[in-house]
Design a protein around this ligand. Sequence first.
Ligand code: SF4
Ligand code: SF4
Length: 301
Amino acid sequence: MLLDAQWIKQTALALGFDACGLAEAAPIPRSQWDLQEWLAEGRHADMHYMEEHVAKRYDPTLLVPGAKTVISVLLGYRPSALMEGAVKIAQYAYGEDYHERLKGLLYRLLSALGDRYPELQGRPFVDTAPISDKYWAVRAGLGWRGRNTLLVNPTLGSYCFIGELVVTLAADAYDTPLPDGCGTCERCLKACPNHAIVPSPLPAVGTQVDARRCASYHTIENRAEALPPEVKLSGYAFGCDCCQLVCPYNLQAEIRYHLTPERQEQLQNLQDADEKTFKHATKHSPLNRIKYPQWLRNLGR
Ligand code: SF4
Ligand code: SF4
C-alpha cells in the first residue's frame, strides 16, 4: 500500500503544522551535504557530538530500518515584535520550548498515519537525533538552503522549526526541491559581524557556518568560562539573528508567535535577574539550554 501524500499534507496542516512535504528516504549523496568537510575543517568547534553517527546522519534507513519516506514539517516562529532593551535574545527563543510542541504534533501525525495504515512503522525526529533536518526539508520541497545556511521557506523565511517523521511505507507522490531563491543576494554574508559564513568546500552546497567564529555557537554551545574576545556578540546574550534579520524573505515572513507585553517584560528583566528568577523565567524555554553562569558570561559579567 502507498501513502496518500495529499492526505498526509492536509492532515499535517489540520494538526497545526505550517508546511509539510514528502521525500523518498535514501542515502544523501556525498556531493549534496558538506558535513564531513565541515567536520574536517574543525568548523564544528567543540560540538564533538557532531562527529558521532556520521553514517546515520547521511542515511535515514540506518535510523529507521526499512524507511521509505521522510515526511518533513515546519512550524514558523516569527514573533509579532522584536524584544526591546539593551540585551538581545534570538527570536526563536522568545516563546516556549519548540521541541515539546513539535514532537507532540509529530506524534499526533504518526498516530493518524497508524490509524490509516496499520502496517506502518515510523519515528519522529526533532533536533535530537542524527538526521539532517535542512537537507530533508529541501528535498521535501519546503524551501532551499539559503546563503545563511538555514532553510528558507517562501512564506516563513528562515524563521521556522523543522521536524520529520521517517516511515516505512512509500508514498504515491514525492515533492521536488524548490529553485534557489537567494539569487545574487548576499545580505546575510555582509551582515555577519564575525565573517562566520564561509564558502563550503562542496560547490553544490554553497556556504557553511564556521562555529568557531559564530556568536550563536559561542553564546549557547560554548561552555568555557570566558568567550574569545574577538567574537562580536552585537548585544546578544543568547543566540544571534544578525544574518536572519536582513533576509528579504524574513522581512516579509508570516508572524507566527505573539510576543505579549508580559513575556516581553519578563525577557527584558532577565538582564538583571538573579539565578532563581532566571531559572523560573527560562524553565520551559529554549533559553533553558544555558545555565545561569553562561548567561552572566554572555552579558559580560
Ligand atoms: S548567527 Fe550571527 S555570528 Fe553566526 S553566522 Fe549568523 S550573523 Fe554570523
Ligand atoms: S539574506 Fe539573501 S542570500 Fe541570505 S539567505 Fe536571505 S535571500 Fe539568501
